[in-house]
Every structure is written in C-alpha cells, then in structure tokens.
Design a protein around this ligand. Sequence first.
Ligand code: ATP
Length: 340
Amino acid sequence: MRVLGIEGTAWCASAALYDAETDSVLIESDPYEPDSGGIHPREAAEHMSEAVPEVVDAVLTAAEEAHGPDAVDAVAFSKGPGLGPCLRTVGTAARALAGTLDVPLVGVNHMVAHLEIGRHRSGFENPVCLNASGANAHLLGHHDGRYRVLGETMDAGVGNAIDKFTRHVGWDHPGGPKVEAAAAEAAAERDPDADLVDLPYVVKGMDFSFSGISSAANHAYDDGVPVGEICLSLQEHAFAMLTEVSERALSLTGADELVLGGGVAQNDRLREMLGTMCAARGADFHAPEPRFLRDNAGMIAVLGAKMAAAGDTVSIPDSAIDPDFRPDQVPVTWREGDAS
Ligand code: ATP
C-alpha cells in the first residue's frame, strides 16, 4: 500500500508518500518562517494555502513517475489538533485529492502520529510515549483500545514555553535550537558545580507546568543574568521535569519502552537525559531521526497506512477537521492483537 499524507497543523506545510512494502518515506516540506516574533495564525494560514498545493504536487509527481497513475492507494491528512484555518486548508486539499484519485480518505490525529512514528521506527510493542512538541507536552500509554493521557502540561507546551523566552530576548523563531546552542556554549565554559539560575520546577503527579518557567526566565534576563546561563537553566529545569514524569509513567504502567516525539525531541540534551534515565531502570529508549520529530507528513502517511489497512477511513461528510482533537479521543483500530 502507498499512502500520500498531508500535514499542516500550524507552521509546516508538508506532503509525503509512504510505501508500506518497502517501508520508505519521501517527505517534501515548506515551513512558514515569520519575519519577526512567533507564529502569526493569519500568516501561517496564508502560507499553508500557498505551500500545501506545491508540496502535494511535488510528492504526487514523484509518486506517479515512479509507480504510474495508480501510485496512491489512500490519502491521509492531519485532522487536528492545530490552528483551525491551517487545518481547513489541509482538509480541503485532502478531500479534493482523494476525490480526484478516487481513493479512500484517512483522518489522522497529529499527536497520535507523533507517537506512532516512534513506535513504527523502533519496533517497540507497547511503549509509553513522551510528546515534547511546540504546542503540546504529554505522556501517552495504550490501554484497552485507546491512547490514555497519563500526564500533560497544565498550561503551555514545552516548545512554546522556550519560544516565549526567546521572543523576549529578541531571537528569531524557532527559539529551541538557539537555546540549545547557547546552553551548550555556557555549559562548556562554566564551572560544572556552579548553581543553576533558580527557575520554577512544577510537577504534580504526572502533570507539569511550564508557564512560570518562561516568566521567571524573562525576569532573570531583565535582571542582567547572562543569557547562556538562563538557556542552560531553562533546559535543565524543563527537561528534568519531563524526565521525572516519564520515569513515573514507566514505573506506574510497568512499561519498559519509551519513545520520544515532537519538535523539542530534536534537542540532544533532552534525549541524553531520557536515555540516561531509561538505561538506569533497564528500559529501552528511542527517538526517531529529526525529519520525523518536527511536524512532517511522513508520520501522517505512516499512521494513515496503518489506519487504512485496518479499514479506518472516513467519508467526506465525516472528515471535518477538529482543532481540539485530543489523542485519547481516537479509537486505536490498527493495533489489533497488540499488548494492551
Ligand atoms: P505540535 O506538534 O504540538 O502541534 P508544533 O506544531 O509547534 O507543535 P513541532 O514541530 O512539534 O511543532 O515543534 C516545534 C517546536 O520545537 C518549536 O517550539 C521549536 O522551538 C522546538 N524546537 C525545535 N528544535 C529544537 C531544539 N533543538 N531544542 C529545543 N526545542 C526545539
């Protein structure tokens, strides 16, 4: 089966072709890059309506050149969560393409796709998943036909919390890679035993909060604390919180596999902390390669293929987008026979 996936929940217009027979994924992406500040929803939507047709055309052309006119067996799209105007463009494109090609349509939950690409690439059976993305941060585990939210942020997503600080400093979007670079530079130059900048560390069971950490980092910057020191402390606090709740989720579920998903998972220090924690408790850890971590249509096409194979397709009238689509609303139809 070959599935053409379309992604466009916020900033990245992306199309992909997943070939299940060869397990190969072709991805074409066109990110929206704001001139200043963070993501402006209207500009992101305008970008999406220009870029989605282009990336879809590029992937479809490559697919038909390689496999002929019947190259695509199904079209999958991000149904949510995300920005409504962006999702509507993606939904319209997917419906039109499925109709033109006369193939089934599959509506994919973007957050479940972040998780499933890690499960697919690792071969893990029943992992706990930490989704560390821009707008979200949560822990998912599979039980009784659903992905359950074991813990989640009580306010901001982890990437958005980092970006809020970098906007305050005046750095371009996205802030995450700049914080990572500044933190690594500061760590190389400082006394390793010196105290970190004191920032809020808020964990309640398996839930956590990032809103206070951004504000405290902003105040420290206004007070003249060197920016590299703040970046280092921001990462150490936020990622230690994510590592603590991930360990608690592994412990409470009895799982011995952890997968990581989302754009913030590109951060070496986060992967190092999670890897160290998993090794200490004898659990396996996997983070997919970067092209599958940031928003991308590859993960939509891969999960779309599993859903299509399970007969989990949607009719046009039932294909409405859902900006608030939670991962625990998705009936997991494609894991028949898996451990619960
Ligand atoms: P969601 O998937 O929840 O809809 P999103 O659309 O914002 O979120 P992602 O692509 O998952 O998109 O993640 C983007 C976020 O990842 C941004 O906040 C960005 O700053 C952050 N990010 C990217 N690279 C790094 C890095 N190396 N370190 C930390 N954060 C990073």
